[in-house]
Design a protein around this ligand. Structure first.
Ligand code: ATP
Length: 279
């Protein structure tokens, strides 16, 4: 691909804990301990380098605790980073390093250029607000104030994710898990962001509901050409969705490439294990 990436991330690191002279910098290598033996700090992400092209789906796979959620939380500014850089061409043509922007600009980037779907809908939705109200909140945050337009947009977004418009005024707490994830997806899409972050969106759902959510994600990506980072511990989900895949272990990227290539010819022993467990 010769296209310019939409998103470029360099050296992204995240440490939980104060750190000490022994663990001031992330130790490279996925066999290095995640937890500092001296001070107990955890290096959840260590020097991650990756990019996402416009309109593509990048899958992120790895076992529990490998740092996937922390990585997307850092991209969405939910967690402060320890080190690294991020640029997105949709913001100042990619010339500005986003982690050093002011909190006001970070809010702008979250509200206009990114959408987030959390594994736990409690983090992404206000369960007692109406579903349309949840979407309205995202639209308000991006500076839309015309009530009629907001309602129209909310109803078309909910319709797109197959939530009956007759139920748009019901709160998500009255919905099933799959419906809650679909409301989160519609909210994340509200301001036409070029990039969606989806963290374990199908985990915990019944298989048939999982399949529907996966179909919806694929359709939306085709229809809107929105780029996505899809995080899952399940390589089966990644296989169905991702154009390219990045494999994480112990806070490091151990392998990345075209999903087909990774599935057919995994290079790293950990990826080989994942692929074989899928067969
Ligand atoms: N708030 C926190 N404080 C301290 N350590 C944390 C915190 N959040 C995550 N960690 C640690 O960071 C490491 C990576 O966690 P993370 O949740 O990013 O992994 P993951 O790959 O998303 O796992 P899962 O699929 O189970 O969510 C783990 O060792 C975890 O215990």
């Amino acid at each position: 691909m010769t296209e310019t990436p939409l998103l470029q991330v360099r050296g992204l690191s995240k440490r939980y804990g104060a750190g000490c002279s022994l663990c001031e910098h992330p130790v490279s290598g996925d066999d290095a301990p995640v937890r500092c033996p001296a001070c107990g700090s955890i290096w959840a992400c260590r020097s991650l380098d990756f990019h996402v092209y416009p309109g593509e789906i990048l899958g992120v796979v790895g076992e529990s605790g490998s740092g996937k959620s922390t990585m997307v939380k850092c991209l969405y500014f939910d967690e402060a980073i320890t080190g690294g850089e991020m640029r997105i061409t949709a913001y100042k043509n990619g010339t500005s390093e986003l982690f050093t922007e002011s909190s006001q600009q970070k809010r702008y980037i979250r509200n206009h250029l990114m959408g987030m779907v959390y594994q736990n809908p409690l983090l992404g939705l206000r369960m007692n607000f109406s579903s349309s109200g949840n979407i309205a909140e995202k639209l308000f945050a991006a500076g839309h104030f015309h009530v009629g337009t907001i309602r129209e947009r909310a109803s078309s977004l909910l319709d797109r994710v197959e939530i009956p418009v007759s139920r748009m005024d019901e709160p998500p707490k009255q919905f099933s898990g799959g419906m809650q994830q679909r409301v989160q997806i519609s909210k994340a899409l509200a301001n036409h962001p070029p990039l969606l972050l989806l963290d374990e969106v199908t985990t915990g759902l019944d298989l048939s509901v999982q399949a529907k959510v996966i179909d919806l994600i694929r359709d939306i990506q085709r229809e809107l050409q929105v780029a996505m980072i899809v995080v899952s511990h399940d390589l089966g989900v990644i296989r169905m969705l991702a154009d390219r895949t990045m494999v994480m272990r112990n806070g490091c990227i151990v392998e990345q490439g075209l999903t087909d290539q990774i599935l057919e010819d995994p290079q790293h022993p950990y990826t080989q294990l994942l692929v074989h467990s899928l067969l």
